[in-house]
Design a protein around this ligand. Structure first.
Ligand code: C2E
Ligand code: CA
Ligand code: CA
Length: 707
């Protein structure tokens, strides 16, 4: 049946004149009018058109109006078409009833009054139009539903969601094709009944109990929606994870339906995220967060069992140096290997975590019959003291260990961690590669030390450091040829501090690097100031610490300093401890070579204290050799020292180096130096190290006296 938006009216009459008259009348309504001259023709036309209304003549030969109406009324498709009887013949009540019973909705008597006919027809047309709209609306809706269903099916496929239901007797499960696909079930078809025990075999055996539990739960409480996860062997024999949602459907009897989704990928990314949040990416050990968690659990267990927990804090000795000299990739390899070694020392029940940097921790539960905590820590120390072979480098390190015990040293995490840290600190203070248990006496010394560290860091930040200068005099010309810059700390509470009071600490905790930077900055500033005031003929010697040279950014830092110098690099001299040459690594030699290339003259400082080899001395090709104070001290009254001093001078000269004698205090010492060919002298005999301002005064006075 075709659907058209212009309604059609069928007029049926055996008298052609009546049909023409009716059609003329109906020109006033918005409808297409189709004529039929018999009941049979009318029936035929209803098969071809969708009529909004039929105007039916009651009295016709062969099949009259009533018969026609009855057939239309009993035929699906036409039984909803309203019929209005039009008749002149039957005016009585009986006929009127008869036509209504035959399915007429209305009854019009001839002669027809135009306006009555028009208004009645319009009512039915209106009805028809409304129902037509409704119908197309439903049809559209159906189309929409179909589209949505298809869309859903597609999304389900993408999201890997399938459907399933249980048979009423709960003995079978029926899966959608998507569910079969997810579970990789090929033995059954979609919508086919699968015996529950067959289905259960698909579920990983460790998850079957959970599945049964979930079902029994919903059977008991059918109102709830329940979900559970299970593993199964999916495509390519891979163990995958699915999530099942169960709903109880209650109409006459309860049945269970639900969705099934493959959540393997989601699980994996969840797991990866979780892993990243809880484990250290480099060593794969638990990180600080997981460590805190585990520590809490360990404390709770120990409280319940009335046992103890040992917290072992481990710090690698000289890790920073290794990182600085050999580079971070080697440092990383070392940490990975350390993690492995520590894991090898502990029991399965213990936790080894990396808390950051070179800081590791072990949570060791005290269990009866197990190895004692002392054995465990010693084992760790021994294991870390063995050399590491890392990408062709043999690296030596060692661990320092601090131990705190729960609940003896404290009853909460914070306290125990702090105690273990303090004990660790104590181990480092006592020469490293050892272990200490926390005790309360440690608190005081640690507190002091921490304050000192903080103050030193602040001193660097606030530039509380100042350079003092000590003149160096050429023994032949008596001219001041240089000055050694020596650092001082103007401590806000303790007053002026000498290097011995803070340099060792700075070296130990790595502050020597920023401190060295500051010293270079201060020296550069002073050099620029002096050259602006015409003092250009003296060199300024800056002291370096061995650690500074090892630092990978050292050359960069130096370059920046040189750039700051208005007068260029000629004025700068670097004093390198003889000790630095002993280290003898290729890296050090590279640094010296680069320094020389930059035109910086080098001074081998404290010569005679480290017993460096001739070869090293030759390689570094320094301009000056500075003989240590110790030798000067005894040169006048100790024949052996005097001989040593003399031969050092000779040695230096053969290597084309000039000799500086430092710590010259007396005129006897000075004349010895003069007689033995020493080139330069420095010491209290001329001046103590003094602030820059005083140094100029001293210089002017010295030059005046020399004249
Ligand atoms: P150093 O390089 O051997 O410096 C010489 C030390 O001898 C200075 O001590 C100086 O004050 C002292 N001195 C100079 N003349 C005499 C003398 O006639 N008699 C005696 N008894 N001593 C004399 P200071 O300034 O206390 O420095 C000690 C050490 O601290 C230095 O030894 C050096 O190793 C280190 N240092 C000083 N300044 C710096 C610096 O800026 N950077 C680095 N890395 N280390 C520095
Ligand atoms: Ca020096
Ligand atoms: Ca020295």
């Amino acid at each position: 049946m075709n659907v058209d938006s212009t309604p059609k009216i069928l007029i049926v009459d055996d008298t052609p004149a009546n049909l023409v008259a009716l059609k003329l009348l109906l020109k006033k309504v918005k409808a297409e009018v189709i004529k039929a001259s018999s009941g049979a023709e009318a029936l035929q036309l209803t098969l071809e058109h969708d009529f909004a209304l039929i105007l039916l003549d009651a009295h016709m030969p062969e099949m009259d109006g009533y018969e026609t109406a009855e057939i239309l009324g009993s035929t699906p498709g036409t039984n909803t078409i309203p019929i209005i009887f039009v008749t002149a013949a039957y005016k009585d009540e009986v006929h009127r009833l008869k036509s209504y019973r035959a399915g007429a909705v209305d009854y019009i008597q001839k002669p027809i009054e135009d306006h009555i006919l028009i208004s009645k027809v319009n009512v039915f047309l209106e009805l028809y139009n409304q129902s037509f709209e409704l119908k197309s609306l439903t049809e559209n809706l159906e189309l929409l539903v179909q589209e949505r269903t298809e869309e859903l099916r597609r999304t389900n496929k993408i999201a890997s969601i399938g459907g399933w239901k249980l048979s009423l007797d709960l003995k079978y499960i029926i899966l959608s094709d998507q569910a079969l696909e997810i579970l990789n079930i090929t033995e059954y078809l979609a919508e086919q009944e699968i015996p529950i025990n067959e289905f259960m075999k698909k579920i990983h055996e460790d998850d079957r109990e959970g599945a049964l539990l979930a079902f029994s739960k919903i059977i008991k409480h059918p109102k709830k929606e329940i979900t559970f996860e299970f593993r199964f062997v999916g495509h390519e024999e891979k163990l995958r994870t699915a999530n099942i949602i169960i709903n109880a459907m209650k109409d006459k009897s309860i049945s269970f339906v639900g969705a099934i989704q493959d959540i393997t990928d989601r699980k994996e990314s969840e797991r990866a995220v979780q892993f990243m949040a809880q484990y250290d990416a480099l060593t794969q050990l638990p990180n600080r967060y997981l460590f805190n968690d585990r520590l809490d659990v360990a404390f709770a267990t120990a409280t319940r069992l009335k046992t103890k927990v040992n917290l072992i804090m481990i710090d690698l000795d000289h890790f920073k140096d290794i990182n600085d000299t050999l580079g971070h990739p080697i440092g990383d390899l070392l940490l990975i290997e350390v993690a492995q070694r520590l894991l090898g020392c502990v029991r399965d029940t213990d936790t080894v975590a990396r808390l950051g940097g070179d800081e590791f921790a072990i949570i060791a539960l005290e269990t009866q019959g197990a190895l004692t905590i002392n054995t465990l820590t010693e084992r760790c120390l021994q294991s870390l003291a063995k050399p590491f072979e890392l990408d062709g480098h043999t690296v030596h390190t060692a661990g320092s260990i601090g131990v705190a015990v729960f609940p003896d040293d404290g009853r909460n995490q914070e306290k125990i961690i702090k105690c273990a840290d303090i004990a660790l600190y104590e181990s480092k203070e006592n020469g490293r590669n050892g272990y200490h248990f926390y005790n309360q006496k440690m608190d005081e010394s640690i507190h002091l030390r921490i304050t000192e560290e903080k103050q030193l860091a602040k001193a660097i930040e606030e530039e509380q450091l100042e350079l003092y200068y000590q003149p160096q005099i050429d023994l032949n010309t008596k001219k001041v040829i240089g000055a050694e810059a020596l650092v001082r700390w103007n401590h806000p509470e303790k007053g002026l501090l000498l290097p011995v009071d803070f340099i060792p600490l700075a070296e130990e905790i790595g502050l020597i690097i920023p401190m060295g930077k500051l010293i270079f900055k201060l020296a550069a500033k002073q050099i620029n100031f002096w050259s602006q005031h015409g003092i250009l003929d003296i060199k300024i010697a800056v002291n370096l610490s061995v650690k500074q040279i090892h630092y990978c950014d050292f050359i960069d830092m130096l370059e920046n300093t040189i750039l700051e110098l208005d007068s260029g690099v000629d004025i700068l001299e670097l004093e390198i401890p003889e000790m630095a040459m002993l280290e003898g690594s290729q890296n050090n030699n590279d640094v010296f070579e680069q320094l020389r290339k930059k035109g910086i003259s080098l001074v081998v400082d404290n010569f005679g204290t480290a017993f460096s080899s001739m070869l090293n001395l030759k390689q570094i090709s320094a301009e000056f050799l500075k003989i240590d104070r110790l030798f000067i001290k005894n040169v006048v009254n100790d024949a052996v020292d005097a001989k040593i001093f003399k031969s050092i001078i000779e040695l230096a000269h053969t290597l084309n180096m000039k000799v500086i004698a430092e710590g010259v205090e007396t005129s006897n010492q000075l004349s010895y130096l003069l007689n033995n060919g020493c080139d330069v002298a420095q010491g209290f005999i001329y001046s103590h190290p003094i602030p820059a301002g005083e140094f100029i005064d001293w210089l002017i006075q010295y030059q005046d006296e020399a004249r």
